[in-house]
Design a protein around this ligand. Sequence first.
Ligand SMILES: [Zn+2]
Length: 249
Amino acid sequence: MLKDADSAVPVACWSCSVQHDEVTMFCPHCGKIQPPPGGDYFSVFGMEPRLNLDLAALEGEFHRLSRRLHPDRFARATECEREWSLADTALLNDAYRTLKDGLRRTEYVLTLHGAGNGTHIGSGFETQIAEEQNGKERQNASRAPADLLEEVFDLNMQLEEMRLRRQSGNVDRQSGKVNRELIEDLRAAKRKFETLREEVDRDLRGAWNDWDGGAADTRRRAQTNLRTLLDRRRYLSNLVRDVSEALGE
Ligand SMILES: [Zn+2]
C-alpha cells in the first residue's frame, strides 16, 4: 500500500487494455474501476506530498471518490469490480483519515521518508497510530525531554501524593489547605504543559513550511526537527492527560 510513487510503471486496464501510469482507482481511458493502486496516500487524491495541505480540496476529492466508489454503483458489476469497490473504499478512508489530521499527516510523511518511528512501514498505518494514542505505557520518565526533567520529576511526586491521599480518602474530605495547595499545583502544572504543547504546535507549522519549500538537505533537517517535535508533543499530551486524570477532570 505504501509503495514508492516514483516506481509507478504503466499498468494496462483490465477492461479496455489501454496502458496508463497514473495512480488512479478509475481507468483514465474507459472509466472502469481498477484494483487499489500503488503509490502513497497523497496520490490517491492526485495531490503532491505537502504538509500544508489544501484541506478543502482534499475533502472535496474524498467525497467525489466516495460517491464514485459507492457499492450501489457496482450492484450489477462483476465480482472483481465489487471487491475492488470495497478495497478502494477502504484505501480511500485510510488515506483521508491520515491526511486530514495534521499530526497523522506529519507522522505519515516521516514514515514515507524513513524518519518515522520505525515500526510501521507496509500496512496498518492507521492501527499503529491509534495504538500509540491509546497507549498509556509510553509515559516513561527516561524519555522526558532534557529541559523538562526537573518539572516531570516534581510532577510525578505530586501525582504520587495525590494517589496516596485518594487511597486514604483524604482528598474527598477536602481536608483543608494542603489538599487545595496540591490541587492548585497540579492545575498550574497542567496549564504549563498545555502552553508548552501550543509552542510545539507553532514550531510544527514552521517545520511544515521548511519541509514543503525546502531543497533536499533542508528537507532532511526539517524531518529530524519534525520527529523531535512529534515526540515532544506526544510526551506533553501524556503529561496533560495524567494530570487531568489525577484531578478527575
Ligand atoms: Zn480502461
